[in-house]
Design a protein. Structure first.
Lengths: 220, 335
């Protein structure tokens, strides 16, 4: 049905999409996970309440989350050029994806850790746990199943953002769908790329859910 | 009871919670000494401040005023690191067990050892020993969600003991358990006290828990300690109104007899099991009406109390009261 060139292009598109999505997710977690943990720690009922730090982070997260992704991409173009040297292509898209996803991930992490029973934290404190020990021996392991579900949500959200980035010269399946399917009326190519995106989302979501369920020791 | 240095001493302790538009005095000028090796009970209605009090002992709550001395050390003067070290010498168990749900029973018990820097192998060996002590050797690799309430509390007790603490703080540890399980947990705590010499502090709202294992008790009411003494003393003649509320049979059980003259007889273990009421009736030739009785036979000794309605006639009443007093029972008029 398709020429070898188109098939190669789509194959490259899948690779680029996966690269953008997974690399951005990784970087966004490196920023967002500590942010979420700090939000929990510095909350007024947290183990190290710090009102101003908490408030400032809260506002930054809310501002970044309220800017539509396409606008954010345009806003961070200078930064993208500074870091990557160009504003088009997959790696350039990663910059804006990370900036958009990190605050979203911070919120996901925050809500996952909030599910940990306060009594367990109190018990750890009564045993002489330091705040750092509470983070990596109580918060993260106890919230692990919920954090994994969160990461499945994060990956799929970042994937759909990455497809959107096709409009502004990003790479991947999204760019193919727009450039061929929309601008050149090659509907078949658009359909194929969309189907592929749906399949990739399904795989990430399903894997995350299954993994979380398997690792959760609370209901058995 | 031996009276050496108290292991825990609370001195003029107060705790105030401030929120935007209200100030709550949770604890008001608490003075308390808990001796090494004793089982000390703190009883109070919900909201009386007992949970805050126990949290002030290991500084999970920071007192607003006063001092907390643990083993001769003023905890409020310690820095964070030293305080965490001290907390390892105090185990604590909770009403809701508070186990780590994503760790097995064994790993839960290893947790405090990990915090204290013990090697993994040593922590594991210690945890297995403790599982044996609490009678759950077969549950080492089971997750808390697969355990019953009583088993969870046993794991929590084993976890609290992992660092060989000097004190075990029990915050309503049996309140979520059924009576039979409560009894088995209390027996375990008593056994630990006898075998390890660990000091136990029990917070509860149930007098039966205090009676079952405590030697001394403090009654806390409206943020203050209103009465303190041996369980024997307080059970036979409570002075405070809060104490009376805990010890006298609840009014719903006796209220329809309230107009009559009643006496309460306390059995505190000095009295061997003999049919005392029947003997009194035969010897004094006076009749009484049993309004309430709650007596347990522990090792062939009677523990508990009963409430009798006695004749209004003073001579007959005195005869009955004298009879019981001659039998070395504590008797008091309740109305």
């Amino acid at each position: 049905m398709f020429s070898q060139t188109v098939i190669n292009m789509i194959g490259r598109g899948i690779g680029e999409t996966l690269y953008m999505t997974l690399f951005s997710t990784l970087l966004a977690y490196i920023i967002g996970l500590p942010m979420g943990v700090v939000m929990i720690l510095t909350d007024k009922d947290g183990i190290r309440p710090m009102f101003y730090l908490n408030k400032v982070l809260d506002i930054i997260i809310n501002i970044l989350r309220s800017i539509p992704f396409l606008i954010l991409m345009i806003l961070v173009l200078p930064l993208t050029r500074l870091i990557v040297g160009t504003t088009i292509g997959s790696t350039a898209t990663v910059v804006s994806l990370v900036i958009a996803a990190a605050p979203f991930i911070a919120r996901l992490v925050e809500s996952s850790i909030k599910e940990v029973d306060f009594g367990v934290i109190e018990a750890a404190q009564s045993m002489g746990a330091s705040p750092f020990e509470i983070i990596y021996k109580v918060f993260l392991p106890e919230a692990k199943p919920s954090l994994i579900v969160g990461s499945a949500i994060a990956v799929t959200t970042i994937l759909s953002y990455s497809a959107m980035a096709g409009i502004l010269g990003g790479g991947g399946l999204g760019a193919i769908a727009i450039n061929y399917g929309w601008y050149r009326y090659e509907t078949e190519i658009m359909i194929v790329t969309v189907v592929l995106l749906v399949i990739i989302v399904q795989i990430f979501q399903e894997t995350g859910m299954r993994l979380a369920k398997k690792l959760d020791k609370r209901f058995k | 009871m031996q009276r050496n240095e108290p292991i825990i001493k609370l001195d003029h302790l107060s705790k105030t919670f401030k929120s935007k538009d209200s100030v709550v005095n949770a604890l008001d000028n608490i003075n308390l000494e808990i001796q090494k090796g004793e089982i000390f009970g703190i009883i109070g209605m919900s909201g009386a401040g007992k949970s805050t009090l126990v949290r002030c002992i290991n500084l999970l709550e920071k007192p607003t005023e006063g001092s907390v001395l643990f083993d001769g050390q003023d905890l409020l003067k310690l820095n964070q690191k030293a305080l965490r070290k001290s907390r390892q010498a105090m185990g604590m168990i909770f009403q809701q067990f508070n186990l780590l749900m994503q760790r097995t029973a064994l790993k839960n018990i290893c947790f405090p050892s990990e915090l204290s820097g013990l090697s993994k192998e040593k922590a594991q060996t210690r945890a297995l020993e403790l599982l044996e002590i609490v009678g759950l050797s077969d549950k080492a690799n089971v997750y808390p969600s697969q355990l019953s309430g009583g088993q969870k509390q046993r794991v929590a007790i084993a976890r609290a003991l992992a660092t060989n603490p000097k004190v075990l703080l029990c915050d309503e540890a049996t309140s979520a358990l059924d009576p039979a399980t409560t009894h088995s947990i209390l027996s375990l705590i008593k056994k630990l006290n006898e075998q390890l010499g660990i000091t136990i502090v029990i917070i509860t709202h149930e007098m039966s828990v205090i009676q079952e294992i405590c030697q001394r008790v403090a009654i806390i009411d409206a943020s203050q300690i209103v009465e303190i003494g041996t369980v024997k003393e307080i059970f036979s003649s409570p002075k405070s109104s809060a104490g009376k509320k805990f010890i006298y049979p609840s009014s719903s059980k006796t209220q329809h007899f309230e107009k009559n003259r009643c006496i309460r007889i306390v059995f505190d273990g000095d009295f061997t099991y003999e049919p005392i009421i029947a003997n009194m009736i035969l010897d004094c030739r006076e009749i009484v009406n049993i309004l309430f009785a709650d007596i347990k036979n522990i090792d062939n000794k009677a523990y508990g109390h009963l409430v009798l309605q006695i004749p209004d006639d003073n001579i007959a009443a005195d005869k009955i009261i004298t009879y019981f007093k001659m039998k070395n029972l504590s008797v008091e008029e309740v109305i």
